[in-house]
Design a binder for this molecule. Sequence first.
Ligand code: ARG
Length: 656
Amino acid sequence: MNPLALLKSRFQPSLAALVPDQARVGELLEMIRPAQDAKFGDYQANFAMPLKKDLGQPPQEIARKILAATDLGDVCQPPEVAGPGFINLRLRDDWLTDKLNQAVHDDRLGIPPAMAPRTFVIDYSSPNVAKPMHVGHIRSTVIGDALCRTLRFLGHRVISDNHLGDWGTQFGMIIYGYKHFVDRAAYQAAPVAELSRLYKLVHQLVDFHESHRAMPQVQERFARRAAELDQLQSQLRTGGKAVDKKLSQSLTKLGQQLHEDREELAALQAKTAAIAADTQLAALAAKHPNIDQAVLAETAKLHADDPENLRLWHEFLPNCRDEIARVYRRLDVRFDYEHGESFYHDRLAAVVEDLRNKGLAQDSQGAVCVFVDGFETPMIVQKKDGAFLYSTTDLATIQYRMETWRPDAILYVVDHRQSEHFDKLFAVARRWGHANVELQHIKFGTVMGSDGKPYKTREGVAAGLESLLDEAVARAAQVVAENDPEATLSESERRDVAEVVGVGGLKFADLLHNRTSDYEFSYEKMLLKSGYSATYAQYTYARCASIFRKAGVERDVLLASAARIGLTHPAERALGLQLIRLSEALAETSADYMPNHLTAYLFDLAKSYSTFFESCPVLKAETEDLRASRLLLCDLTARTIRLGLELLGIKVVAKM
Ligand code: ARG
């Protein structure tokens, strides 16, 4: 039961009857919100004030008029008009208890499946294989998984698809590396580790030569700008030019550009110097002067079905996939499909052909481009050398998904840095004929370190996802040990709990931020026992479970009995209200694809439970009925937390 939605539906007809402009009704209904402070009731409706102008009446009067026309008697206590025209709404206790008693006897906790189920394709995780997965990938994986689980629970059809980068230049790199630098014994013993080494090595060499080649260009640009600045400054000194706003702006701009050039040069120099200082690497770099071109050529050969490169690709790919599958198992993430980029290779030529036939694509400077209104640069779908691009594959992917699953929506859970790619992709796809599908870039920000820069592990490379998980679990093990000084848990139980707390902590810490913002990574915050963390919610669950153990009551027996939830204490009522609001949190999460509504809800629920627990004795309740009622509240709290966490992909344990 969603109380907020119910209240809105009750006010809808009375507002519609009163307001001259029907288009405003929706926005006015949005002004019914949970009350900030319990002393103003449970919900507040603030739409009377903005209607003053439209209706030419005092807001208090408008509020009273609307209330007189609104049927609320079965749901709310007689509403109050307060201050300048606020409507304070308080749910009736009998209504609330009724809904709680229904929820406690329902496997879905009183949340009905969607009346109009939609079909979603969710494209998430999607790492480039053959490169180690890093902390950025955890965001896509964890957010995407939470959205899949939540939308599925709400009754939608969800198809999860991991759009693996399994066909890009990184394969050119490992093919080149394999052909020139492989250590056979190492490859036999641990293929993925050896492939990673080869990837890293080739990447370094390519970087070295590219940096080397880029340097004169940057130097030349730097010199040109420095001269320009010099000239402007001398004109100023000799009075040949007046200082006006425009001039001072160009001076600042030039200064900035010079600063950037200087930084870029320093970075290029540092990169090449590091390699030059390593005698072995320097010798390899000298022996492979055209490695960047050669890598592109290996990739092109792979795409042109060269038998040797294709054979190597088929040999490497399963190893690379096993590697990421291990991480997915640990994260408890499964995909319905893992159609990587390679899956679409055969469709790309036809996509370009079709775009041409429909008059959308045209030749431009040797490349095939789609020009879209509102974008400075066109979308290139085929390069001069015939190669297809990331965008071409994404168009083929949309076509395939539409043909195969006919979705109502396709969600792409991808880093915000790809915003422009997706804006353009969606614009082209709509013109191409896919106008009736909701295409959404579910963008997310960067994970930052405490130094304000993108998060790195101690070694300074982008954090490997597995080492991150290991560290979180190791720290969770400490928390578990501290919390269990009498060692009531066995060694193996402790290990299991640490895994659930560590992995859950990491996921929750990622989900609790508004996904569009950057956030600072912190192991400490992630495992706070009474903070905004999975650990706090997991503790609350374990506490409820422990009460049942101590009570010596089986919950099935309790549920089968005549016991009912009653609300006698303000802390009970506050907990009951919070429990009933689960469906509001789920509705918000699915409306804007933001799982942080659900994490915030669970945090508030854990807090409400904690207040309840402090003020309302359960096992020592005054009467049998009260004891049973409070046990039922504990049961509903436990199941709500378990469900909420499960929808975020996080597990619970009965003891911790
Ligand atoms: N492999 C890409 C990357 O790591 C992300 C792919 C996202 N999905 C998509 N359909 N483009 O940057």
